[in-house]
Design a protein around this ligand. Structure first.
Ligand code: UDP
Length: 311
């Protein structure tokens, strides 16, 4: 059994991951600055310790596994304080890598499909190096995650750190914050409240939506897999590519809502397409997603119906 540290463990993905690790019998420390997460996302459990703290300031303890998730992931949230987002990714990742070396722990970084920027090839394989604006409004996150990947491999090559890097594509599910600002949460909250569905731009841009349970299973496999050697980033996402308009129509159908669709301005540097090539995840980990967009969005709608009723 491991002592696992989950940075960002009070957030959407971190809380699901922490519950899985507890179910597997591990002890878990969640380190979170609560900027976008909440400890209410987590159970009370004798093997779970919740710590409020900032990865950019570091943390001390003895652990075997570090799942390094800490960073706001929603474009409106990570753009509130871009310098903090950069610090979280650079200083926070350095601190966690130093902790990994001191503890003899293996570290998994949750990187992102954003490192491909507005991609000129589709689907995106790990061998594609991306098309990123280094100074646009998304650059704090995109370049922050790129430097975090660089740090992981610098520590691996020159200081023998044991690292894994997952590139996560759009993921959704229960325990996302209703005001998170991302597409699935916005559309579901708007549909349930009978408000207009805000399509940014024409709605012809694409995303590929992965249900949270699939993603968390992939992260866990990536952390524990050793053969073949996992010495490069691995895409995790669902290759079922949809236009934003199709996502809106599916949400309307599943909620039975009559909300109208309205077109709003497209945010600057919004990627036109995004679809993972997951061959590497399948070859190295035997991983592929199992939950369809229809089933996953239905489960998420059910969760939000309950959450909105309570709020
Ligand atoms: N989007 C939208 N309406 C919304 C929120 C998002 O049309 O209310 C679009 C957004 O412009 C982007 C896609 O949905 O093209 C996914 O946006 P999100 O913020 O979820 O994440 P991203 O993939 O851009 O990081």
């Amino acid at each position: 059994m491991w002592n696992a540290l989950v940075t960002g463990g009070a957030g959407f993905l971190g809380s699901h991951l922490s519950r899985l690790l507890l179910d597997q019998g591990h002890s878990v420390v969640v380190l979170d600055d609560l900027s976008t997460g909440s400890f209410t996302n987590l159970p009370d459990h004798p093997r779970l310790t919740k710590v409020k703290g900032d990865v950019a300031r570091g943390w001390e303890g003895k652990v075997d596994r570090i799942y390094h998730l800490a960073c706001p992931a929603s474009p409106p949230k990570y753009q509130i304080d871009p310098v903090k987002t950069l610090d979280t990714n650079y200083q926070g990742t350095r601190n966690m890598l130093e902790l990994a070396l001191r503890s003899g722990a293996r570290l998994l970084l949750t990187s992102t499909s954003e490192i491909y920027g507005d991609p000129q090839v589709s689907p995106q394989a790990e061998t594609y190096w991306g098309n990123v604006n280094t100074f646009g409004p998304r650059s704090c996150y995109d370049e922050g995650k790129r430097v975090a990947e660089s740090l992981c491999y610098a520590y691996s090559r020159y200081r023998q750190a044991d690292v894994r890097v997952a590139r996560i594509f759009n993921t959704y599910g229960p325990f996302m914050a209703p005001d998170d600002g991302r597409v699935v949460t916005n559309f579901i909250s708007q549909a349930l409240e009978g408000k207009p569905i805000t399509i940014y731009g024409s709605g012809n841009q694409t995303r590929s939506l992965c249900y949270v349970d699939d993603l968390i299973r992939g992260l866990n496999l990536l952390m524990e897999s050793t053969s073949p050697p996992v010495d490069a980033p691995v895409n995790l996402g669902n290759p079922n590519e949809m236009t934003i308009r199709q996502i809106a129509e599916l949400v309307l159908e599943l909620t039975g809502s009559n909300s109208p669709l309205i077109e709003c301005p497209l945010p600057q540097d919004d990627p036109k397409q995004r679809c993972p090539d997951i061959s590497r995840a399948y070859e190295w980990l035997g991983w592929r997603p199992m939950v369809s967009a229809r089933d996953g969005i239905k489960r998420t709608c059910d969760y939000f119906e309950g959450a909105l009723r309570l709020s």
